[in-house]
Every structure is written in structure tokens, then in C-alpha cells.
Design a protein around this ligand. Structure first.
Ligand SMILES: Nc1ncnc2c1ncn2[C@@H]1O[C@H](COP(=O)(O)OP(=O)(O)OP(=O)(O)O)[C@@H](O)[C@H]1O
Length: 276
């Protein structure tokens, strides 16, 4: 990739999560502790995934970072400022795969630029570049109904990143995709992220996807969730689309699955019987 003035701009924002917990229904007869206290720092431009059993509190944590849900204890700062209300003053993007039927792919990508009156020419130039980067030029002037589910998802990725947000929050964005498309979209997300390095908080049920994408993975216990291991993934980038046969990759995946086995989330992992 060639460096340009644009690439040199400041990447993502830092996030500090200090002793943050969540109890739903506080002060009622039936309070429910969804999250035990969590403390972690996310560096500017880091790609951090959260994995854990269903209901362990992953979305709750993300909503609190976004300022969309009040915390029960602790503090969260984003870009050095304490989060007390929904974050709107830094470039924040939520992954949202809904495209408008009556707008072409390019017009969908331009949606926020149109609404927020951002510099249309610059954003459109960047949008075209990103369509090119993902080999999707042919889709630019098509309507969502003319695109496959995977292509729609990739268009929505471009839409999330076209304004170079400093923070991208993604809650299980690829859940509805088939396994092959998911690999492609994962690779596309890495390639778009590498361009400007926004900070990404990424929730997934797929351990392989987390290892394929992340700088760090927060492994959560079952409900009430807490971080049981914070794993730094030291695999070089860009990571190949097919990672399964790399022993370093499998070692990370295994390590996380073993946690889940120990916690009773997975059963019957065992080891392969010896051949012969
Ligand atoms: N507004 C709410 N009021 C009461 N309980 C809630 C509320 N929101 C979430 N919960 C509960 O808190 C727990 C954590 O929910 P959360 O959605 O954060 O889990 P999750 O790890 O994201 O789950 P999944 O992987 O299934 O999406 C769940 O038991 C959920 O039912």
C-alpha cells in the first residue's frame, strides 16, 4: 500500500474501561447482574474482539462503551473523555447491514455523507476507491436486490468505513452469512481496517473469526460475564483468507476453545484418537 497524507492521519481513539459492571433492574426485587467488573484499555487503532457464550454480556459491554446504556459501576473514557451519553462527537460507526432498496450500492454508501452534508466529492472518491479495493466496482451501480447477501454485507462495510470513523463497533456482523462468504467479508474488513486503523470493538461467536481479525481477544466467562483471558494475537497482517492450516492460528483457536470446555460451554473436545 502506498502511503499518502491521508494514510498518515491519526487513527482510532483510545478506550479505557475501568471497573465497569452492569446490573439490570437495580433497586428492583429482581436485580440481574449481567456483567461483573471489567477493566481493560484499548489502544488507538487496536482491533479487539470479545468472545463468549450467548448471554454473557458482550452486547451490554458494547452498548455501555457507546454510551447507549448506563453502567452500574466504573468509568469508561473514549478519546480521553468520560462517556456519559451516547457518543456523537467522535466519528463512531455501528455496523449496520441494512441497505435502502431504492438506492444503488454507491448511493447507499453515500447515505451518511448526504444526511450529514459531508464533502460529497471527497467521500465519493473514497467510496469508489474502497469499491475498487474490494473488487466490487461492478456492484457500485446495482440495487441491493441485485446483489448477493455477501455483496450487500461488503457494501455496508464500505458504508461504515467510508468516512474514516475513529471507532467502529460491530456486534456479530457476519452472523447471517454462509461460511465461505464470511471468510471473504472477514478479509475485506481487515483490508479496510488496515487502511486507516480505526479502533474496532468486535463481537463474534466465531473464535476463528476473532483470531483471524484481532490484535487482542477478550475471552468472557458465561453470565455474569467477566474477562477470563486477554489474548494478544501475534499473527502478521494481512492475514491469509485460509488460516486453518497455520499451526500458530490453530493454537490460538484451541486455547480459547479449551477455556470454553473448562467453563462447560463446550463439551467433548477431547483429542483425536491416534491413527492405526
Ligand atoms: N435491558 C435489559 N434488561 C434486562 N436484562 C437484559 C437487558 N439487556 C440484556 N439483558 C440480559 O443481560 C444478559 C447479557 O445480555 P447481552 O445481550 O449483553 O449478551 P450477549 O453476550 O451479547 O449475548 P448474545 O451472544 O446472545 O448476543 C442476558 O442475560 C440478557 O438477557
Amino acid at each position: 500500500m502506498t502511503a499518502s497524507a491521508h494514510d498518515a492521519a491519526v487513527p482510532g481513539v483510545p478506550i479505557a474501561i475501568d471497573n465497569v459492571s452492569k446490573v439490570f433492574g437495580e433497586g428492583t426485587e429482581k436485580p440481574f447482574q449481567a456483567l461483573k467488573p471489567i477493566t481493560t484499555d484499548i489502544a488507538p487503532g487496536e482491533f479487539v474482539s470479545v468472545v463468549g457464550a450467548s448471554g454473557c454480556g458482550k452486547s451490554t459491554l458494547m452498548l455501555m462503551v457507546a454510551g447507549l446504556l448506563a453502567r452500574s459501576s466504573g468509568t469508561i473514557t473514549v478519546a480521553g473523555r468520560t462517556v456519559t451519553k451516547p457518543i456523537t462527537d467522535i466519528g463512531i460507526a455501528f455496523q449496520d447491514h441494512l441497505l435502502l432498496d431504492f438506492r444503488t450500492a454507491l448511493q447507499n454508501v453515500m447515505l451518511h455523507a448526504d444526511i450529514r452534508k459531508l464533502p460529497h466529492k471527497d467521500i465519493e472518491a473514497r467510496a469508489r476507491e474502497l469499491f475498487g479495493q474490494l473488487n466490487l466496482e461492478h456492484a457500485m451501480n446495482k440495487y441491493p436486490r441485485q446483489l448477493s447477501g455477501g455483496m450487500r454485507q461488503r457494501v455496508s462495510l464500505i458504508r461504515s468505513l467510508v468516512h474514516d470513523p475513529s471507532l467502529l463497533l460491530m456486534d456479530e456482523p457476519f452472523g447471517a452469512l454462509d461460511a465461505l462468504t464470511r471468510l471473504q467479508v472477514r478479509t475485506d474488513l481487515e483490508s479496510l481496517w488496515m487502511r486507516r486503523r480505526p479502533t474496532v470493538l468486535f463481537i463474534t461467536h466465531s473464535v476463528e473469526e476473532a483470531v483471524g481479525l484481532s490484535d487482542r481477544i477478550l475471552v468472557m466467562s458465561p453470565s455474569p460475564g467477566e474477562v477470563i483471558e486477554d489474548i494478544r494475537v501475534e499473527l502478521p497482517r494481512p492475514r491469509p483468507i485460509v488460516l486453518g492450516d497455520a499451526p500458530e492460528f490453530s493454537a490460538y483457536v484451541d486455547r480459547i476453545h479449551r477455556h470454553f470446555e473448562r467453563l462447560g460451554i463446550l463439551h467433548g473436545l477431547g483429542t483425536l484418537p491416534k491413527a492405526g
